[in-house]
Design a protein around this ligand. Structure first.
Ligand code: GLN
Length: 231
């Protein structure tokens, strides 16, 4: 990605309790940005952006509780750390979830309601090409192929977005089994969520888009705070 947009020493944390952690680390390192696995509070406090990966939201929720990370993660999300939730991560960041466990925790990072595994009645997983609003056009991070302008999305027991709040931007949709178009990529302020797994398609542009807005919000931090947080 463009060197001019990079923020020196910027560090992305991938919540590493369960799920597709290594794949996200790999994408960020291909983009030249440091990514670390977050399993404890000290590491969580030291990162500038946070990814909640795909996996199993019920398991991640339980592990958030047993690891003691639930409240610290909640706090960072509430304080608007740039956050990217993919699949199970989208479920955790939603305001509410249907077909979850009754004791499943919600981080309420984005004003959407989701239903777990709702694309998955007939097919457990599927792939499709998405048209995404606002994707960066850097040709080095775009995969080649007939649909190079589209983003190839891998869905694995994906959540269905059933409600989108008024402040939420819908950046991509897919036609559901009922013929309705359903949001699969949403953003509200510092929080970006996808129902699919962008870390599995070899296309770096969504991670790049996430970093661009994370970098933009990072430079707005007053200089004194920013330099203190780097010590
Ligand atoms: N169905 C899973 C859940 O409920 C999410 C699947 C995924 O992350 N690929 O958490």
């Amino acid at each position: 990605m463009g060197a001019s947009t990079q923020v020196p020493d910027f560090k992305v944390g991938i919540l590493a309790l369960q799920g597709a952690v290594r794949e996200h680390v790999g994408v960020f390192s291909r983009l030249g940005v440091e990514a670390v696995a977050v399993t404890d509070q000290a590491t969580l406090e030291a990162v500038d952006a946070l990814v909640l990966p795909g996996g199993e939201s019920t398991a991640i929720s339980r592990l958030l509780e047993t690891s003691g990370l639930l409240e610290p993660v909640r706090r960072r999300v509430k304080d608007k750390i740039p956050t990217f939730g993919t699949c199970a991560g989208m479920i955790l960041l939603a305001r509410s979830v249907s077909d979850g466990r009754p004791d499943q925790h919600q981080l309420d990072g984005i004003d959407i309601d989701v239903r777990r595994n709702a694309f998955g009645r007939q097919v457990d997983s599927f792939e499709t090409d998405l048209v995404v609003d606002g994707l960066p056009s850097d040709s080095r991070t775009r995969i080649a192929g007939p649909a190079a302008e589209a983003f190839h999305a891998v869905f694995i027991r994906a959540p269905l977005v059933e409600r989108v709040g008024p402040g939420v931007e819908v950046l991509a949709t897919v036609e559901g089994t009922d013929g309705e178009r359903r949001a699969v990529l949403c953003r509200e302020g510092s929080c970006l969520v996808s129902a699919f797994h962008p870390e599995l398609s070899g296309d770096l542009r969504l991670h790049e888009m996430f970093l661009e807005s994370a970098f933009a919000s990072h430079v707005k931090v007053p200089a004194a705070t920013a330099s203190r947080s780097k010590q």
